[in-house]
Design a protein around this ligand. Structure first.
Ligand code: BES
Ligand code: ZN
Length: 653
């Protein structure tokens, strides 16, 4: 770990010195001791002060047999510094075959001109295990305001953002599947670009793949396009690199409304359309509360179960884990969440990963507003309490410096930013502001915030300035600047937080106490409970239970066979903690079939606490690992298989 940290620091400083801030470097002390520079992206090599990518044109050959993307990408760059003669891009594991620059060839004095591409010298800097390598391209001195460069390249089969599934790893079992998961810094493993959220670009793409497979992207998709292996896409709104997304597979489409629908493998598409039938009304609710939906359509792509996150807010096309399809819409707040990113995150974006709470905290807040409007206040209050409990548990494991909203990620993997803190503490901060200023004023503030910063990437400090002018100063004497700074920079939950409660959990607390006291039989328990009540019941049981109690609960309520992935996970944690063997076959199946980190990392962590659990975990992991996305492997290797671990920190989510 030490080796990696040192390497990363050098890489970061080297970048700052050589390419960006010649004057700044000499005076700069080691990263850890120096004050953080808001807005400086410590996780990108790109010289964004000199050039900025404004448009990306991709031509990608997706080869599922060899697990390789053979790509040509043309980047249009705006020149900010007239003296600049180098473009520095982010790459990770890419083989660069050629780099050329667009030039205008003037043919003779009668000035007929044509576009030609001229090869340019380039080199790759030493790779860093997290950041990858800087691709440094030399350009001749020029005052042109716009440059275009073209890069021909290949990805590696182990590319960090890509998961390649064999036909057997899909539901249909006949055709392979590829999907990307690029947030936070995975895009550089399949496209050479300025991989920083402060640069926004429009894109077009042509995808070539096998006939019979369909490609979809975070762009305008045409569900009626024939599955002929050739697809083209346009993303007309400027987006940050981490939102460029692609999936290729045996994918079908079903409409759920005039501007919403689902893409999924054939065997899933019907169930998905039913589960997500309320998407259209979620979009309408979002528009009513936060302003126009500016992305045209909102579709959902259901991924195979190895998808490493619950959902990913790829614009126009959220990528979603199939584990939210419970059959009763009980887990669809994940959809409300990813949709809410259409405002917080995709429209107004964090400028660096230190500011990720602007994406995730706002989104959890917006998600709760959508959930309340579509499914009622009670459902929302239960989810808020469960979120608070998750935050408290997480805070117990985090060092104080990682309990703050504006987190210092220098020298660290930006994946580490995604703890419960930006999500749940971020939400509590906005809830605090809402309660102080009142819902009406706060809603108006949010609406204005999205309008003001639409299609911009901003820092915590820019948010603060806007907050000061539009809320704190406009309604003086309610919230101080110090209170705001405490929320953003002090560890833990501030004393002025407004904590959620839910009356729907009172009967659950009573029933739990009665069952534990032996005065209520398990078969009388929770006959009318919804998913969130079961989760609250299970998550708040004492750590140690008697074998008899576990068997009674399981026999009466069928927990080992639950088809709800969240309830099942809560139960399996209890089973592991108490070594309840009847659940272990199901546990093995669960770990082998699901790759969503939030669900399986805690199960492995629980197993690793005992010698017999460790043996079980290692045996199952050896079988399951080939089916996991690289992000899930990166989270689990250090814990379960340290030999395979690449000396990286463990992501938190
Ligand atoms: N943007 C995240 C997905 C993500 C998480 C990407 C961590 C990279 C690292 C997405 O919007 C998200 O937050 N998903 C949640 C679900 C949500 C309902 C809290 C998840 O995956 O758990
Ligand atoms: Zn999110």
């Amino acid at each position: 770990m030490l080796r990696f940290r040192t390497g990363l620091r050098h890489a970061t400083l080297a970048l700052a010195c050589v390419t960006l801030r010649a004057g700044w470097c000499a005076a700069a002390p080691a990263a850890a001791d120096s004050p953080i520079e808001p807005g400086f992206d410590y996780h990108s090599y790109a010289n964004v002060d000199q050039f900025r990518v404004t448009h990306i044109e991709m031509d990608l050959q997706v080869d599922l047999d060899n697990k390789v993307i053979d790509g040509v990408v043309a980047l249009e760059l705006k020149r900010l510094d007239p003296r600049a003669t180098q473009v520095v891009l982010d790459t990770k594991g890419l083989t660069i075959n050629d780099v050329s620059q667009k030039a205008t060839d003037v043919l003779g004095a009668t000035a007929k001109s044509q576009t030609v591409w001229v090869s340019r010298p380039f080199h790759m800097d030493k790779p860093d295990p997290i950041l990858g390598s800087a691709l440094v391209i030399d350009l001749p001195p020029s005052h042109k305001a716009v440059e275009s460069i073209k890069i021909e390249y290949l990805t590696v089969p182990t590319a960090a953002a890509l998961q390649w599934l064999t036909p057997k790893q899909t539901a249909g079992r006949h055709k392979g599947f590829l999907y990307t998961q690029s947030e936070p810094i995975g895009a550089r493993s399949w496209i050479p670009l300025q991989d920083t959220p402060q640069v926004r670009a429009t894109y077009t793409a042509t995808i070539h793949t096998d006939r019979g497979l369909r490609a979809v992207m975070s762009a305008e998709n045409d569900p009626k396009h024939k599955a002929n292996g050739e697809y083209s896409f346009v993303m007309p709104q400027p987006i940050p690199s981490y939102l460029i997304a692609l999936a290729v597979g045996d994918i079908e489409f079903k409409e759920t409304g005039p501007r919403t629908g689902v893409y999924a493998e054939k065997s899933m598409v019907g169930a998905a359309a039913k589960e997500f039938a309320d998407t259209e009304s979620m979009v309408a609710t979002g528009e009513k509360l936060f302003g126009p939906y500016r992305w045209g359509r909102y579709d959902i792509l259901v991924l195979p179960p190895s998808f490493p996150v619950g959902g990913m807010e790829n614009p126009r096309l959220s990528f979603i884990t199939p584990t939210v399809i419970a059959g009763d819409k009980s887990l669809v707040s994940v959809i409300a969440h990813e949709l809410a990113h259409s405002w917080s995150g995709n429209l107004v974006t964090n400028a660096t990963w230190r500011d990720v709470w602007l994406n995730e905290g706002f989104t959890v807040f917006l998600e709760s507003r959508i959930t309340a409007a579509v499914y009622g206040e009670q459902r929302e209050s239960m989810e808020a309490v469960l979120g608070l409990q998750a935050l408290r548990e997480n805070l117990g494991k985090l060092e104080p410096k990682d309990q703050v909203l504006a987190i210092d990620l220098r020298d660290r993997d930006p994946d580490l930013a995604f703890s419960e803190v930006p999500y749940q503490k971020g939400r509590l901060f906005l809830r605090f502001l809402e309660s102080k200023f009142g819902r009406e004023r706060f809603d108006a503030f949010l609406h204005a915030y999205f309008d003001h910063f639409a299609f911009k990437s901003i820092t915590t400090e820019q948010f603060n300035e806007f907050l000061q002018t539009n809320l704190l100063d406009r309604f003086p004497g309610i919230v101080t600047r110090d209170q705001v700074l405490t929320w953003e920079h002090a560890p833990g939950i501030p004393a002025d937080a407004v904590l959620p409660t839910s009356s729907a959990f009172e009967p659950v607390d009573q029933a739990r106490a009665a069952w534990l006291a032996g005065t209520l039989a398990a078969k009388k328990l929770g006959l009318d409970w919804v998913t969130q009540q079961w989760l609250y019941f299970l998550n708040n049981l004492p750590a140690a239970l008697q074998p008899k109690q576990l068997a009674e609960l399981d026999d009466a309520r069928g927990l080992t066979r639950s088809q709800n992935a969240e309830i099942e996970q809560s139960w399996l944690k209890i089973a592991i903690r108490n070594n309840y063997q009847p659940s272990y076959p199901r546990l093995e199946e669960y770990l082998k079939s699901i790759g969503r980190r939030k669900l399986i990392v805690p199960l492995y962590a629980e197993l690793m606490k005992t010698p017999s659990g460790t043996a079980f975990a290692k045996r199952v992991y050896a079988k399951a690992r080939p089916g996991y996305h690289p992000d899930t492997v990166a989270a689990l290797d250090p814990m379960v298989d340290p030999d395979a671990a690449d000396a990286a920190d463990t992501p938190l989510r």
